[in-house]
Design a protein around this ligand. Structure first.
Ligand SMILES: Cc1cc2nc3c(=O)[nH]c(=O)nc-3n(C[C@H](O)[C@H](O)[C@H](O)COP(=O)(O)OP(=O)(O)OC[C@H]3O[C@@H](n4cnc5c(N)ncnc54)[C@H](O)[C@@H]3O)c2cc1C
Length: 440
């Protein structure tokens, strides 16, 4: 008999959202998950499944039953010929990356961190960059879903294709994802090259940057023209690194956090901090070579608030220039660095921000130095206004103020997703406050 614990406090990675689930479960088998759902049905409770708890919103919160999938983390099958791996949905991508290297395999693309679970990562549409590459869920070729009624559905292009089209970005509201099959590629090394540039140069030559590097992205330092360009490309070179002593010895982190904290009292310092850190860290050329996942992933040390909308790729220049102009004309609005600009290929997943269009993601942040919230409302509103104007779709895991009305306008497949959800979960067992806001 599966046992749930009371009194557990859940907090997301950034410590910006938390909840106190009535009962907290860590099942070790599908049978146990079925038991939990049965108990929830009997007691009329809601259920939320949680992966790595990294979502910077309340998407994984509940005061009902919480199912933490950390013990359902095995690799079930590796098909060397097809280069596919089937995993239990709770496996952390950091564990999967290491295991895949034993088979000479890798995921073709990853987000900035791998301490996310397989199902959690795909569920909110985690993405990285590279215009030839889709978001993480496009690497999924099959998954199994345990529905509210206790039925297990095997979903792929060839089986329950409609549900599959919805379930790769599932928001945690279609059922419990039990297993996922990823399409992998042969293990590869990446060379990362970083060099300084200006916003004008990068925006004027965007196509050429996108062509020149497979995983091109750039960091813009708000309140300035400064940009750091990052190219990542396949290489046959051996691992090496030209690291920054400033970061390596963590001096940079301590200093930055302290200065950001000081700037909470003296906000006019923020543009100087942005320029100073660009000068210290990003003005010289950097290079490193390593296994792909070690290059895709980087350390995010600071807790932060974050928004990350995807706009049609052809709007990149206009949107960024408008954000820059807005900041210039509103000196009281301050923006922490960097604005991270990434790209992803169009796909056909119903709630993917890249649904049917090549996209540019523009990620803005406000750090929380020593856990202190920095006023961000004006920046947030200005950014959201610009993103909406250019047809943006917000990242499902990050901050946004959109509701069903907005999503109906920006997602052609939104009604289809909602009707699939209503069929799979007619009583709303898998809903929570976040989902009620976006689905109703
Ligand atoms: C430091 C940091 C860096 C990040 N970098 C990036 C980035 O580069 N790119 C990007 O796009 N995003 C990024 N994110 C966001 C992150 O990728 C997403 O929030 C992702 O969804 C987190 O995965 P998780 O396993 O922690 O999911 P959780 O936050 O635990 O859950 C996310 C959703 O999935 C559902 N869920 C989880 N497991 C299951 C399951 N088995 N069955 C059904 N539903 C389930 C939950 O209910 C919830 O709705 C970052 C976040 C942080 C904190």
């Amino acid at each position: 008999m599966v046992h749930g614990h009371g009194g557990v406090q859940f907090q997301n990675w950034a410590k910006t959202y938390g909840c106190s689930p009535e009962l907290y479960f860590q099942p070790t088998s599908v049978e146990e998950i079925k038991e939990i759902l049965e108990l929830a049905r009997q007691r009329n409770k809601r259920v939320k499944v949680v992966g790595g708890g990294h979502s910077p919103s309340d998407i994984a919160c509940t005061d009902g039953f919480m199912i933490q999938m950390g013990k359902m983390n095995k690799i079930l099958k590796v098909d060397k010929e097809k280069k596919q791996v089937t995993v239990e949905a709770g496996i952390l991508l950091s564990d999967l990356n290491g295991e895949l290297t034993k088979y000479g395999l890798a995921l073709a693309n990853l987000g900035a961190v791998s301490e996310v679970a397989a199902a959690g990562g795909i569920g909110t549409g985690t993405h990285n960059t590279g215009i030839k590459h889709g978001i993480l869920p496009t690497q999924v070729v099959a998954l199994t879903l345990l529905t509210a009624a206790g039925e297990i559905l095997e979903c792929s292009e060839g089986s329950h294709a409609d549900i599959f089209q919805a379930a790769r970005v599932h928001l945690g509201c279609l059922g419990v994802v039990l297993t996922i099959t990823f399409q992998c590629v042969p293990e590869f090394y990446l060379q990362e090259t970083t060099f300084p540039s200006t916003l004008k140069e990068v925006l004027d030559n965007l196509d050429s940057h996108l062509q020149r590097s497979e995983y091109f992205r750039f960091l813009w330092f708000p309140h300035s023209e400064n940009v750091s360009v990052i190219y990542q490309d396949h290489t046959s070179k051996s691992p090496s690194s030209m690291g920054s002593w400033f970061w390596d010895y963590a001096i940079g982190y301590y200093l930055l956090e302290f200065l950001l904290w000081v700037s909470t009292f003296l906000p006019f310092l923020v543009p100087w901090i942005n320029r100073g850190f660009f000068w210290l860290l990003f003005t010289s050329k950097g290079e490193k070579v390593d296994l792909s996942y070690k290059v895709f992933n980087y350390e995010c040390r600071f807790k932060q608030h974050v928004q990350d909308w995807a706009i049609p790729i052809e709007k990149t220049k206009d949107a960024l220039l408008e954000l820059k102009a807005t900041l210039e004309s509103s000196p009281k609005v301050v923006a922490h660095y960097p604005v991270e600009v990434r790209f992803a290929r169009a796909d056909g997943i119903l709630l993917s921000p890249c649904f049917q269009r090549d996209s540019c993601y523009m990620n803005i942040i406000m750090y929380r130095p020593y856990g202190k919230d920095v006023p961000r409302l004006d920046y947030w509103l200005a950014y959201e206004g610009i993103m909406k104007k250019f047809g943006g779709r917000p990242h499902w895991a990050k901050a946004h103020a959109c509701t069903r009305k907005d999503f109906e306008k920006i997602y052609p497949g939104f009604p289809k997703f909602c009707s699939i959800r209503e069929k799979l979960d007619p009583t709303g067992m898998f809903l929570n406050t976040y989902l009620e806001k976006v689905l109703y």
